[in-house]
Design a protein around this ligand. Structure first.
Ligand code: MCN
Ligand code: CUN
Length: 796
């Protein structure tokens, strides 16, 4: 039997193993932060600002203190005495922990109450009297930079306006030259609206400070426990070895659980002051209104084109609304994340991007939500622009893409923004997608339907995206380099425990990492238990986001397994009484080259490591690997959607959607499909229904699940997935590329392109997401673009 088949049997690479973590999840035996109860534990609730921008003239907490069962009322003033009223953000800004001078967005944390139970704490919050003097409110970048706009961040001495940064990348002069040579210039302007990850489990923490041992243990919902430990050490000035961050089971992260939130900090300070465990569990509206939102970027670009369809250059300007604090979690070097990964799949000689970031009276956030640092906005703009350009040229959508793709023989390929792409088969993915959707037939059907007044449309989205930050040369967060790690301990009976610096939140690491060990060592996957999320036991790592786990921590798992195999080979030589050079490896077994029947299993080697090692060899079979990837990984995706739009109502239905994802070698095909299905569902939600906006007073519209819609199985269309294109990543030890975000990143443009295609010839160039029926209807009826998330007045 071939090695591949043997391997599938033991749950190695390519096995669609059922997720081992689901055993406990579906039986209700998960252990989430809110499941944890500690002796003597108190409960914390947060008082949030009802106003988006106001000066605080006074806070009177006396009535709250009087309520029986209240142990502590924290205000910004008290935090300030410990230098904790403000905290640094991951983008070198500062963020208020509890407001002192002003509130700067609706939902901002103003005070906290710690009490015997959460109900008392909530009542006590209501007993706090805060006097606010309302200030003029800013809800978009246009208002932020207008003449005479109020300065939101007047707490910062150097800040005279609302601009956070002006940044640029690319070749301005070269791009000017490309535009000078263009036959056609195509333009597009759009807004990628604010959206929210909305994991099932909200954020929360339990801080437990023990005076006797000086140890601070924090159980919390974080995707990156080691970064939190570093942040606590630096901000609270506690010794790092006395801080233990434990991230228990996580009920979905989607980026929401990367940032550091005021609630975490307040529960920690409260526990230190009270010397008792303090639990904070955020409620749903608190989560929607105040934690890590995503997107909210205005994009304006143009493309220089030759008449025959060749793209000569692109220019992009972005205006990002960061809310009241610049708290994006992203690599230090880049102000607008990896926005400049836009157009990477296309061979374009010249490109230039300018980016401006501004403050507004909205919750901070920035890059979270299934997106490697702004690639979602980048790929959405790219694919909308590609469709507009093909239309302007009168060219076929598929043909225009194919002729401009980076070709298979051009790798490694350097993009005009400086990224290095290593591999891909873009045209092949497109061809598989076109065949699956029945491209030619649909185009004919579409034309026929038009004659009878029916509006059919087809949208394509093809993209490659950078997944797996980083390499440490270019990627760090606050100076901490973005590598990752794995530690493997093989016990004497051949059972093993593996720990990594990543943190699964639903992606299935407990299942897939064991498969990598299986592939490398031949141990059955079920013999490898995987543990993540405890800084006292896991090796240092930067956590899980940006689909970096497989590219970085997953690579470390392969590397540590190889170190173990190298030692096992020495043990095998000793057991077989031959020299190491005469020992050969096959899955799970070493044998003598000249006598293949003489062999020892990996399990026998493990036993020998504890019971029969050669003279001079260190006992045990354990090791750690730190992996600094040479580059990002670049998966490719082709998503194609067909829709029918009802011109009477603006309602649009998905007729069919196909997805062709090339993420290199798939560790677990079933988990990969699950990731793609989930991502496409989120893409559909963003394109069709999700709207979290603000009225002119800065009131958040969409801060509850009646207004901010999550698609259920009922609304979600079916997806047809294709896995036949596999381009292994040349620099990853097992050839894998990331997949966790691809569908959420590339999906939205396919839906929007399909609706826009159905409306072609009607003089509508763009409808901004979400494509709610009333917006589509208005575009059809009045033949005009529908743009932006308008500040809707609460009274109209
Ligand atoms: N995988 C595989 N073969 C590959 C690539 C990945 O079998 N070639 C598997 C991995 O081993 C892993 C899963 O697919 O079990 C996702 O892997 P990867 O692409 O490395 O992404 P991460 O594990 O780093 O997950 C992060 C990514 C992000 S950034 C968000 S946001 C998101 C997402 O994953 N949040 C999620 N998917 C999510 N899925 C769930 N259920 N819950 C979330 O919070
Ligand atoms: Cu930015 S959402 Mo995911 O990278 O955790």
């Amino acid at each position: 039997m071939s090695q591949a088949l043997d391997e599938i049997k033991i749950g190695g690479l390519g096995a669609s193993r059922k997720r081992v973590e689901d055993n406990r999840f579906i039986r209700g035996k998960g252990n989430y932060t809110d499941d944890i109860t500690l002796p003597g534990m108190l409960h914390m609730e947060i008082l949030r600002s009802p106003l988006a921008h106001a000066r605080i003239s006074s806070i009177d907490t006396s009535k709250a203190w009087d309520i029986p069962g209240v142990h502590l009322v924290l205000t910004g003033e008290m935090m300030a005495t410990r230098n904790l009223a403000w905290m640094p953000t991951l983008s070198y800004d500062t963020q208020a922990v509890l407001a002192t001078d002003k509130v700067r967005f609706q939902g901002q944390e103003v005070a906290c109450v710690i009490a015997d139970d959460p109900y008392i704490a909530k009542d006590a919050c209501e007993a706090i009297d805060v006097d606010y003097e309302p200030l003029p409110v800013i809800v978009n970048p246009g208002q932020a930079v207008a003449e005479g706009a109020p300065v939101i961040r007047d707490d910062k001495d150097s800040q005279r306006d609302n601009v956070i940064y002006d940044w640029e990348v690319g070749d301005a002069a070269g791009t000017d030259r490309a535009f000078a040579q263009a036959d056609v210039i195509s333009k597009l302007k759009l807004h990628y609206p604010r959206s929210h990850p909305s994991p099932i489990e909200c954020c929360g923490s339990i801080a437990d400070f023990n005076r006797a041992t000086s140890k601070l243990t924090v159980y919390m919902t974080t995707q990156a426990p080691h970064i939190i430990r570093a942040a606590v050490a630096l901000v609270a000035e506690l010794p790092e070895h006395m801080i233990r961050i434990i991230s228990p089971d996580i009920g979905g992260g989607f980026g929401n659980k990367v940032p550091v939130y005021p609630g975490y900090v307040c529960s920690i300070l409260a526990s230190i002051l009270l010397e008792r465990p303090v639990k904070w569990i955020e409620d749903k509206s608190g989560n929607l209104i105040s934690t890590g939102f995503a997107r909210d970027v205005y994009l304006d670009g143009e493309m220089a084109l030759r008449r025959d369809g060749k793209i000569l250059g692109v220019r992009i300007h972005t205006d990002a609304d960061h809310g009241a604090f610049f708290s994006d979690a992203q690599p230090s070097k880049f102000k607008i994340g990896l926005m400049h990964s836009a157009f990477a799949a296309y061979d374009i000689p010249a490109a230039h991007l300018t980016a401006r970031g501004t403050y507004s009276n909205k919750a901070p956030g920035g890059v979270a939500y299934r997106c490697s640092f702004r690639v979602t906005e980048a790929m959405f703009f790219q694919e909308r622009m590609i469709q507009a350009a093909a239309d302007d040229l009168g060219m076929d959508q598929a043909q225009f893409r194919r002729m401009n793709f980076v070709r298979d023989d051009q790798f490694p390929h350097r993009t005009p923004f400086g990224f290095l792409l290593d591999s891909g088969q873009y045209a092949k993915c497109l061809d598989v997608g076109l065949k699956a959707i029945g491209y030619e037939d649909f185009r004919r059907e579409q034309e026929e339907a038009r004659k009878r007044g029916r509006l059919l449309g087809l949208g394509i989205s093809t993209m490659t995206e950078p997944l797996g930050a980083g390499n440490s040369r270019e990627y760090d967060i606050l100076g901490i380099k973005m590598f990752d790690s794995a530690e493997l301990k093989v016990h004497m009976t051949g059972k093993a425990i593996l720990r990594t610096g990543a943190r699964t939140q639903g992606q299935g690491h407990e299942t897939t990492w064991a498969q990598i060990v299986s592939h490398e060592l031949g141990l059955p996957a079920e013999d490898v238990v995987v543990e993540e999320g405890d800084t006292d036991t896991a090796p240092f790592g930067m956590g899980t986001y940006a689909s970096r786990s497989t590219p970085v921590a997953g690579a470390a798992v392969a590397m540590v397994s190889r170190k173990i195999r190298a030692k096992a080979r020495k043990l095998a030589a000793h057991l077989l009484e031959v020299s190491e050079e005469d020992v050969e490896w096959e899955l799970g077994r070493f044998y003598v080259r000249s006598a293949p029947d003489r062999g020892v299993t990996i399990q026998e080697c493990a036993m020998a490591a504890y019971s029969n090692m050669p003279d001079g060899m260190e006992p045990g079979l354990e090791n750690t690997a730190y992996y600094d990837p040479p580059n990002l990984t670049w998966p490719f995706a082709c998503y194609i959607v067909t829709v029918e739009v009802d011109p009477q109502t603006g309602v649009w239905d998905v007729l069919k959607m196909v997805a062709v994802d090339d993420c290199g070698v798939r560790i677990n095909p079933m988990i990969v499909e699950g990731q793609i299905m989930g991502g496409l569902t989120e893409a559909y939600a963003m394109a069709s229904m999700q709207f979290i906006t603000f009225d002119a007073d800065g009131n958040c519209v969409g801060s509850n699940y009646m207004d901010y819609l999550l698609p259920s199985a009922w609304e979600t269309p079916g997806f047809e997935l294709h896995s036949e294109v596999v381009t292994p990543c040349p620099h990853h030890p097992i050839g894998a590329k990331g997949i966790g975000e691809c569908a959420a990143v590339g999906g939205p443009a396919a839906f929007v392109n399909a609706v826009m295609d159905a409306l072609s010839g009607m003089g509508v160039r763009n409808i901004d997401m979400p494509l709610l029926p009333d917006r589509v209807w208005e575009a059809i009826t009045y033949r005009r673009d529908i743009s932006g998330a308008p500040p809707v007045r609460s009274d109209d």
